[in-house]
Structures are given as C-alpha cells and as structure tokens.
Design a protein around this ligand. Sequence first.
Ligand code: DQA
Length: 163
Amino acid sequence: MADKVLILNGPNLNLLGKRQPEIYGTITLAEIDEMCKLHGTQRGLAVECRQSNHEGEIIDWIHEARELKAGIILNAGAYSHSSIAIMDAISSAERPVIEVHLSNIHKRESYRHTSYVSKVAVGMICGLGAQGYILAIEAISRILEDEKKRLTGPSSQKLIANP
Ligand code: DQA
C-alpha cells in the first residue's frame, strides 16, 4: 500500500492566487493540491491536502497523522512565527515533517525570520513558490525510503538475528 503523506496549509493560504500575487504568485491552492497529488502518485505516495484557518484544527490533523500518515508537509502560514502549540504537536507526531513557505521568509519582515516549525521540522524549503511543495514531496519520499531501508536492511536483520 502507498505511504500516505499529508500536506497541511495554514491560515490565509486558501486565498492563494488572489492574495498578494506579487509575493505568493498567481497559482491557486487547488492547483497546488492537484500538482502535489500527481507528483505523489509518480513517487508511489498517496498525497492528501488540507487547509485550515484555525490553529486547533491544524493541531488535530497533526495528531491524526501520528497514527495514519507516513509524513507531513506543512506550510503553517503566519502560525509558523507564533505557534508553540503547533511546534509541540509536531514534536509529538513522531513523523517526519518538512516545512514549506512559498516566499523567502528571511528576505521579508523581521517578524517572519523566526519559525517555531523550523525548530522541530526535519528541514525547510522557502522562497521557491509552489515548486517548494514538489521538492518537499521529493524529500519526504527519500526520507521514507531510507526509513524502510533502515528497518529492513542487512544491519537490522543482524539485530533481529542477534538481539
Ligand atoms: C508563508 C509566509 C508567512 O510568513 C505568511 O504569514 C504566510 C505565507 C509563505 O508561504 O510564504 O501566510 O507561510
């Protein structure tokens, strides 16, 4: 069965395409979701995309992913810069999380330079627009492959044979 990857987008990202196109581009979230699902299929991953403007809902979905998903790609929008609760949820998820931002948050206002998500994510991609989500799928795909190799590779066989 295909590994399941959850792509979560946070507040205001439902307005992509209309919202500050000079910063975020003209692509809509529906188009990004479509592109990600297609790319996931090509990598043997079942990609599911959700968006919420509510912190608690994003936290609930991260909790759900703990049991049901292999990995998470998260653009927490402005919550990235403020939410210790989302950071804690990621820490408890025990699943690899890749952080994505369409814009280069380090080139922007200083209040965007700190991300609580970055403190607990495996890695972060920013400034590459919608392409960042595709690169995040590539990263998750490799991480999950490596995880499988570690669990089934010769050294783990040795551990099973000689506990
Ligand atoms: C964003 C960057 C955040 O600073 C901002 O609040 C967003 C979008 C991005 O994708 O570039 O809502 O996460």
